[in-house]
Structure formats: C-alpha cells, structure tokens
Design a protein around this ligand. Sequence first.
Ligand code: AMP
Length: 147
Amino acid sequence: MSTLQDKQLADMPIKEVMIPSEKVAHVQMNNPLEHALLVLVKSGYSAVPVLDVDFKLKGTIGKTIILNQILGLERFEFEKLSDMRVHPFMNVDIPHLTKEMTFMDGLNASINHPFVCVSDAEGYFDGIVTRRAMLKRIKRDYYTNKP
Ligand code: AMP
C-alpha cells in the first residue's frame, strides 16, 4: 500500500462511486406511508431517500420507523398506513455530500450510515454513495488488480 495510492483514492471525487439518481429508489414527502413500505419491501432496501416534487433531497425513510408507527399490542395495524404521509416520519438528520467532495469525505460520512445521499448546492438530488461501493473500491485498489 503506497502513500501515493492512499492519496489518490482519498482525493478521488466521490462521484466516481456514486449510484446516480435515476438508479436510486426513492419516495416523495407526500406519499402515503403505505407506498413507502411497499417500495422498501419490494426493493429489499432498509431505507431510501425522500425527495420533494422538485427532486430536492429532504431526508430518508426506513422500514423500522414505519413499522413502529403501526405496532399495536398484538398485531401490526397496517390499515393505518394509507392515512399517514411520509414527511412527519422521515429522518431529516442525515449527512449529505456533494459530487465534488472526496472519497475520504464519503468514507467519513458512511461510518455511521450504510448509504449517504449526494445533492448539489441547491439541494437537488444527485444520487447515493453506499458503504458497500466504497469498501469494494478499497478492495479493488489495494488488494486486487481486477475491476
Ligand atoms: P447495499 O450496500 O447495496 O446493501 O446498500 C445499503 C443501503 O443503501 C440499502 O439498504 C439501501 O438503504 C440503500 N441503497 C442501496 N442501493 C440503493 C438504490 N439503488 N436505491 C435506493 N436505496 C439504495
């Protein structure tokens, strides 16, 4: 592992490992929670970004928070979901990156998050960076010669 290689990867723009917005499952703030749960279960993701109608990043929503809202004494009260919207329950306390930030910025942000959203200076959603993609890149650059 050379110092030069360390620096090259650390300084690489995060956009090189970003999943672009068109390939990212998302929900909108005003969607019913029922729709959000369907997207999460069908996609298999534990959480997805929440956008507004202009495609600006507003937060994330995950399965656990949704299921907690409908946790009754003896069963999940799924019928409640269609009357509830995403925005009161989304997580707004999330880190985010811009495309110009570095791989090291992404690595730092992803220590406590399986994925980190990328948006531009005006808040428009560009995509996500996953911890998995960063680990794969580290493995590729340091431990194999294969892509
Ligand atoms: P992964 O490392 O691929 O398991 O992804 C970690 C998390 O990132 C998933 O559980 C989702 O919350 C999120 N994620 C990954 N890929 C996507 C995608 N294409 N669309 C929406 N969320 C995603």
